[in-house]
Design a protein around this ligand. Structure first.
Ligand SMILES: Cc1cc2nc3c(=O)[nH]c(=O)nc-3n(C[C@H](O)[C@H](O)[C@H](O)COP(=O)(O)OP(=O)(O)OC[C@H]3O[C@@H](n4cnc5c(N)ncnc54)[C@H](O)[C@@H]3O)c2cc1C
Length: 352
């Protein structure tokens, strides 16, 4: 009989973020599909009470918690110690956690410590022949694998956006405190703060309905023989401001910075989409000034509706990789779209 542990760390305000609620939704479905399986919740953070109240009605039989200032911060030593203690106390056979930066860093080590197994980047969960079965992608998202394992405990890090987030009314629940004895070694790393761009400069928005991808064409010589990188950046940022779309980039465009060429300052390697970049999951995507070759298409495989703007009618998007290709000047297109959005005068999300 499986004991499924939903393992989550809280946010700064003590609540659970959406990816954690998605993992909880998946854990509940898995427990419902496996005969006799029990569901337990394990929480860690500065204060886990708000999170426990948030998910009190999820149907778990146990709520285990490791709380305190030492566990408020993302730090490998304390995160791993908390997770290990919770997994052992719960006697979990399957541990399901969101693939947050924090867990992606700490849980592989925990699995090793307790002679378990771990699969990261899990994109789907199911039950077949009474066994849990997971899906994940290999070789830069080119091959999909379906696998099950006999080894326990089995840790699963679930990608965000692949499961329906659990939603229920908050309630009250008793938390079983789990004690973790920390030594000076656990506290050897001191977290002094978080460096993040201001909210209005944050262009990566996983929840946006539209992904705008910028390619190197934005920084290439245009019909007048000149480069218009400053205007490109202004057009793109205005579009993002008005639509709250997320911004992706091709590899070539973010690599230009290292080559001393004209660049869009709003981009970093974190924006890169593709075979060697991220694989976003927005419902719609609009590629501009990038030619749509294979690494792009691989990165776009989870975008439901793909459109592209390119001057070249023979670009790779035209070879069946986009649903719609607009053969047009992206500067002119974005200028006009921004005018229309300004005339509409609202800040609602694009893609409708
Ligand atoms: C193993 C491997 C992995 C890779 N991984 C990735 C990856 O993860 N992500 C990635 O992006 N790339 C990846 N690449 C690189 C990729 O193959 C391409 O070389 C690169 O992405 C091309 O970038 P681009 O389309 O922005 O630029 P370009 O190839 O320079 O294309 C620019 C396009 O802009 C168009 N254009 C110019 N001006 C305008 C205008 N005014 N209006 C409209 N269109 C205009 C041009 O017609 C042209 O098609 C990888 C390559 C390899 C070999």
């Amino acid at each position: 009989m499986e004991t499924i542990l939903f393992l989550a760390h809280t946010e700064a305000d003590g609540s659970l973020a959406k990816p954690a609620l998605e993992a909880l939704g998946a854990a509940r479905e898995l427990a419902a599909g496996l005969a006799g399986a029990a569901l337990a919740v394990g929480l860690t953070g500065g204060d886990v009470a708000p999170a426990a109240r948030q998910i009190a009605g999820c149907g778990a039989t146990r709520f285990l918690g490791v709380a305190g200032p030492d566990f408020a911060v993302s730090r490998y030593a304390t995160d791993a110690a908390a997770a290990e203690a919770i997994v052992r106390t719960a006697a979990a056979t399957i541990v399901l956690a969101p693939a947050s930066t924090r867990w992606s860093r700490a849980l592989p080590g925990v699995a090793q410590r307790i002679a378990g197994r771990i699969d990261t980047h899990v994109t789907a969960l199911a039950v077949a022949n009474g066994q849990p079965v997971v899906n994940r992608w290999y070789y830069r998202q080119r091959m999909e694998g379906t696998l099950t394992r006999a080894g326990r405990p089995w840790f699963l890090l679930l990608e965000s956006g692949v499961a329906r987030a659990w939603a229920g009314t908050p309630g009250t629940v008793a938390i079983e405190p789990v004690t973790v004895v920390l030594s000076a070694d656990h506290r050897r790393t001191t977290v002094t703060g978080v460096k993040a761009p201001p909210a209005d400069e944050q262009t990566i928005r996983p929840d946006a309905r539209l992904l705008l991808v910028a390619g190197a064409g934005w920084t290439k010589k245009q019909a007048d023989g000149q480069i218009h990188a400053a205007e490109a950046e202004q057009l793109i940022l205005e579009f993002l401001r008005r639509t709250q779309a997320s911004l992706g980039s091709t590899k070539s465009l973010v690599d230009l910075a290292g080559e001393g060429q004209a660049v869009l300052r709003c981009l970093s390697h974190l924006n890169q989409v593709g075979q060697t970049g991220s694989t976003p999951r927005h419902p719609k995507g609009l590629a501009t000034c990038c030619h749509g070759e294979e690494p792009h298409a691989v990165g776009w495989r989870f975008i439901n509706e793909r459109r592209a703007v390119n001057l070249n009618p023979a670009c790779s998007w035209a070879q069946g990789k986009a649903d719609v290709l607009y053969v047009a000047d992206a500067f002119a297109v974005l200028r006009r779209v921004n005018e229309l959005l300004a005339a509409r005068g609202d800040g609602s999300q694009a893609g409708g």
